[in-house]
Structure formats: C-alpha cells, structure tokens
Write a protein that binds this ligand. Structure first.
Ligand code: ZN
Length: 83
C-alpha cells in the first residue's frame, strides 16, 4: 500500500478554502498599497491601484517595487521641505 499522505501544504490549502486566508501585511509599499502573505499557506496578495486585492504576481511585484521607490523619494522630499 502506497497511500499518499496529505502534506502540510495541502492541509493549509484546505484550511484556507474552508476558513479563508489569514492575510498579514508583509510589506508596506505606500500608505495605501500593501503586500500581504497568508499565515497558513503562504499565498501572497497585494492591493492594486483600483483598491482591489489581487494575487501577487511577478508583474505586481515589479510594479510595487517601482511604487515603493517613488514613494520613498516623495517622502524624502516632503521631509526635506518640512524641516
Ligand atoms: Zn491561505
């Protein structure tokens, strides 16, 4: 008998499909855009420009990295003007 054991990963997936993902913010991109990671299965989501949640694809990662860079630069200019 070679019965396949369910892995922890698939268990997490079942858990998530029943109870929903346990999303935690993994990265702040801007004040309004954040990246999230599910505590249970590791799935990654992100806020989009439309204010929706989407799967964090490589394309979104790229966009977010770019957004973060602009945001960081703006913040620095703002701080420089404020002081
Ligand atoms: Zn999950």
């Amino acid at each position: 008998m070679n019965k396949q054991q369910p892995t922890l990963f698939s268990f997490a997936k079942v858990y998530c499909s029943v109870f929903g993902h346990k999303l935690r913010v993994s990265k702040n991109i801007t004040n309004h855009v954040h990246e999230y990671r599910c505590k249970k299965c590791g799935m990654e989501m992100t806020d989009t420009a439309d204010g929706l949640l989407a799967r964090l694809t490589p394309k979104f990662k790229e966009t977010n990295a770019y957004l973060a860079k602009i945001h960081e630069r703006r913040k620095r200019i703002f701080l420089a003007k404020a002081s």
